[in-house]
Design a protein around this ligand. Structure first.
Ligand code: P6P
Length: 339
């Protein structure tokens, strides 16, 4: 039975109360999430004044404050890395911004967790002030405690994730956290006190959904079965509306709250699509399933995949379970033999 958490609870207290139910926990997960919260607040502050701080799309120059100007996504990567690499909670960090896995530098301790992140997804939307976000997934290491993390700690089934979440930097900053034991909960940052407060308790993807999200500009590159399926969603009798921001965290978050189906398919040019397994598809699939939804690659559940490389891509079909099942069946149907 999940404890009932009242609105307004801080993320700090939520973490401590939920950690208490795991005597085996060493407190490292709570410490890791504290570092994620710190980095999230720093990135949020910088995103909110990006235009002023000369952070829009520039790099390597000094701005009027004399600050070294980094592109926001580089700043986000550095901020999360720095917050996590010296806290003794991670043994490996994987980032969309870095080709190789990030090992914990001397003299810092290797911890029990692997942290995978897209530090600032949708950053192409920054210049137009569209909502962007950080996406993360967390494994407990399987390699021997104490030493540096290994590839076996991260190239593994999504079913082994222990937690996942995202921070969405929009009108407000919201941290959504999913864990195996406590479902999906959203915490809104009150920048005046620097705390995250429970604002979206026990989020659920129920079975009603009237939104679908896909970049229809690529229709000519889609598999014929997908073309037919998307056209079927436009039948007025279905009462569906199209919503597509082009920022994965924003599109996913809207569909999580309102119900909807998001598809980033493979195309003839890019059969594996654009989105990455480890730090986009896995975390969002973990969240979707924890909320009662589903996620597939158009054929099989995303979380059943076992990636063979850090930046491997996958098609993504994610949202309310009945819609995901319907879309997956349509996309994987045996093509009718030309008679
Ligand atoms: P397209 C943003 O660049 C991103 O990685 C995701 O946030 C978003 O869902 C996707 O690309 C949008 O891609 O090809 O539709 O512009």
């Amino acid at each position: 039975m999940r404890p009932q958490f009242e609105e307004g609870l801080t993320l700090d207290r939520f973490l401590m109360e939920t950690a208490r139910s795991h005597p085996a926990r060493t407190g490292q997960f709570v410490a890791l999430m504290h570092q994620v919260m710190l980095a999230a607040k720093m990135v949020s502050a910088r995103v909110n004044r990006a235009g002023l701080a000369g952070m829009i799309g520039q790099t390597g120059e000094k701005n009027i404050q004399g600050e070294f100007v980094m592109k926001l996504d580089v700043y986000a990567n550095e901020t999360f890395k720095r917050a996590l690499e010296h806290a003794g909670v991670c043994c490996l960090i994987v980032s969309e911004e870095e080709e190789a896995p990030i090992h914990i530098p001397e003299p810092y301790q290797n911890g029990a967790y692997v942290f995978m992140m897209d530090p600032l997804d949708g950053s192409s939307n920054i210049d137009v002030n569209a909502t962007i976000g950080t996406i993360f997934g967390i494994y407990r290491r399987v390699s021997a405690e104490g030493g540096p993390g290994e590839l076996q700690d991260v190239l593994r089934s999504g079913r082994e994730l222990v937690a996942a979440g995202y921070i969405i930097y929009g009108a407000g900053t919201l941290l959504v956290l999913a864990t195996q034991e406590h479902g999906v909960n959203g915490f809104t940052l009150d920048p005046s006190v620097g705390e995250f407060f429970l604002s979206h308790r026990d989020l659920k993807l129920n079975d009603e959904a009237s939104l679908y999200s896909i970049n229809e500009g690529y229709e000519a590159q889609w598999d014929e079965r997908l073309v037919r399926y998307i056209r079927s969603l436009k039948d007025p009798a279905r009462g569906m509306s199209a919503r597509y921001i082009g920022s994965l965290v924003a599109d996913f978050h809207r569909n999580l709250l309102k119900g909807g189906l998001f598809i980033y398919p493979g195309t003839k040019k890019s059969p594996k699509g654009k989105l990455r397994v480890l730090y986009e598809a896995f975390p969002l699939a973990f969240i979707a399933e924890a909320a009662g939804g589903a996620a597939t690659n158009g054929e099989t559940p995303i979380l059943d995949l076992v990636p063979t490389s850090l930046h491997q891509r996958t098609p993504l079909v994610i949202g309310n379970a009945p819609l995901v099942a319907e879309a997956t069946a349509a996309m994987s149907a045996t093509p009718a033999t030309k008679g």
